[in-house]
Design a protein around this ligand. Structure first.
Ligand code: AMP
Ligand code: ZN
Length: 219
């Protein structure tokens, strides 16, 4: 019998390194990296109806309503490349989203396998986000001080232009952190009760965090 799919949920505040770590681990774990924020940004780029609905929330640092978000992520998880599971980054972000995911997986006899929580203090988040830059072409992220590209303003992979996300501006970051503590941090307890939570120190160099995550996955 084929083994059950592996669903990894990465928890942690914005800019805790979830995206960077997922991008590194998805190849060795042979699982697709599903980032809800990236799905929304793809929708903006293609000017879809969903993108138009989500934009106002994202621009002010609020969460997109659960029904829109759940439908979008579930549709993505239903694609054939997710047959063996996925690394989820940025979803779930609320208790109703976590419950919807649990229900959808349980219907197929599956469950969330493990939920690493990448813990990073708020002050560090604010500094990280203010220096974060993203490639317009491939979505790779850099930091002007901690993870600079070889040539300022250009992506190492494809030479794409690097930009600062509108929601990475300081006022919006403070709002996103508030939203994180109010609406997303309860997931830490939710998954602790399910015995899937593993806390990782995210206030370390990128490679050290990857090493700790690998140890968790036995990769
Ligand atoms: P991210 O790239 O994960 O930081 O997400 C960027 C923005 O997209 C967030 O600040 C939210 O406005 C929205 N977003 C991403 N994932 C979710 C989610 N699971 N639930 C609600 N809103 C989300
Ligand atoms: Zn690029």
């Amino acid at each position: 019998m084929p083994s059950k799919p592996t669903y990894i949920v990465l928890l942690g505040p914005p800019a805790s390194g979830k995206g960077t770590q997922a991008a590194r681990l998805c190849e060795e774990l042979e699982l697709p990296h599903i980032a809800s924020g990236d799905l929304f940004r793809e929708n903006f780029k293609h000017e879809t109806e969903l993108g138009a609905k989500a934009k106002a929330y994202i621009d002010r640092g609020a969460l997109v309503p659960d029904d829109i978000t759940i439908a979008m992520v579930m549709k993505r998880l239903g694609r054939p490349d997710c047959a063996q599971g996925a690394i989820l980054d940025g979803f779930p972000r609320t208790i109703p989203q976590a419950k919807a995911l649990d229900t959808a997986l349980a219907e197929q006899g599956f469950r969330v396998s493990i939920t690493p929580y990448i813990a990073v203090p708020d002050e560090v988040i604010i500094e990280r986000v203010s220096g974060r830059r993203v490639c317009r072409t491939c979505g790779e992220t850099y930091h002007v001080k901690y993870y600079p590209p070889q040539e300022a303003g250009l992506c190492d992979q494809d030479g794409g232009e690097l930009y600062q996300r509108d929601d990475d501006k300081p006022e919006t970051v403070r709002e996103r952190l508030k939203v994180y503590w109010e609406q997303t941090s309860p997931l830490i307890d939710y998954y602790r009760k399910q015995s899937t939570l593993v806390e990782i120190d995210g206030n370390q160099p990128i490679d050290a965090v990857t090493k700790d995550l690998r140890a968790v996955f036995g990769a």
